[in-house]
Design a binder for this molecule. Structure first.
Ligand SMILES: Nc1ncnc2c1ncn2[C@@H]1O[C@H](COP(=O)(O)OP(=O)(O)OP(=O)(O)O)[C@@H](O)[C@H]1O
Length: 266
């Protein structure tokens, strides 16, 4: 069964169609990279899978069931910035993930449950390489450390699905490579399904087991909002083939070349 089934999903804001007729089956444990031009609806798609927004039409299923109407512990998310609470230390940020899921109203745990959560939070802080920085506030962390913390917080409840919205976009190339080396084993060990939006093709092909490109196949210059984006390419990286979903060609680099390049960088 697919972890995520996207069935004829449309998203419209007023008279602007952002996504039209999106269909996608994402198998459990896949690492799906989503690429496409700015403004074509990639983040909107992630927000719908997160449960922050509902499709105007169509349905998204998680393990065969309609998505709950709001974000939940089965879906973790990391944004490019501002994923963590600035007023909590690194350790408290991860602890908060346990506290809010166990006690949504109070946001607090006490006694033995708090001690157990604290131990798990410390383990996660170690796992993402922040062992010495647990007592620091986010403003004192570097960009890479902040994203490590955001990842620790997002995976704390061992979500089935991890959503990454340009999570490494603001990092320098060296730190970005370190983050790639961090996220791969976490994804494999946790057995999560990952959806990552990125503008970086090397990153998309280097990390993904599948890469889909969103784009608008039709554009009306008189009414830019009349048509929305669809999946125009779907690269399943196991067989290493590019499938032009809509049957028209676009000047994207050959898969093998991009894959080779990405692997040499990773
Ligand atoms: N809440 C909203 N209300 C109205 N329009 C919105 C809303 N959210 C997104 N949009 C519009 O939907 C379109 C797609 O936005 P989205 O952020 O999903 O694109 P994107 O592909 O992620 O872009 P980028 O790569 O630049 O981050 C944009 O035209 C944006 O202005």
């Amino acid at each position: 069964m697919s972890a995520i089934s996207v069935r004829d999903v449309w998203m419209e804001y007023g008279d602007q169609i952002v996504i039209e007729g999106l269909n996608l089956e994402i198998p459990s444990g896949a690492f799906l990279s989503v690429v496409g031009p700015s403004g074509c609806g990639k983040s909107t798609f992630l927000r719908m899978v997160l449960g922050q927004e509902r499709p105007t039409r169509g349905q998204i299923l998680l393990d065969g069931e309609p998505l709950p109407g709001e974000p939940g512990p089965d879906r973790g998310v990391v944004f490019q910035r501002y994923s963590v609470f600035p007023h909590l230390t690194a350790l408290e940020n991860v602890l908060a993930a346990f506290e809010f899921s166990a006690s949504p109203f109070l946001g607090k745990l006490f006694g033995a449950r708090r001690r157990a959560a604290l131990e798990e939070a410390r383990g996660l802080i170690e796992e993402v390489g922040l062992g010495e920085h647990g007592g620091k506030y986010p403003s004192l962390l570097s960009g890479g450390q902040m994203q490590r913390l955001a990842i620790a917080q997002a995976i704390a409840k061992r979500p089935k699905v991890l959503l990454l919205d340009e999570p490494f976009g603001a990092l320098d190339p060296g730190t970005r490579a370190q983050m790639h080396a961090l996220i791969k084993p976490i994804w494999k060990d946790c057995g999560m399904t990952v959806i990552m939006v990125t503008h970086d093709l090397k990153e998309a092909f280097g990390l993904g087991t599948r890469v889909v490109a969103f784009d608008k196949p039709r554009v009306d210059p008189q009414a830019p909002g009349r048509y929305g984006a669809k999946i125009t390419y779907d690269f399943d990286l196991d067989p290493g083939s590019a499938v032009p979903v809509l049957g028209f060609s676009k000047p994207l680099p050959p898969v093998t070349e991009a894959q080779e390049e990405a692997r040499s960088v990773a």
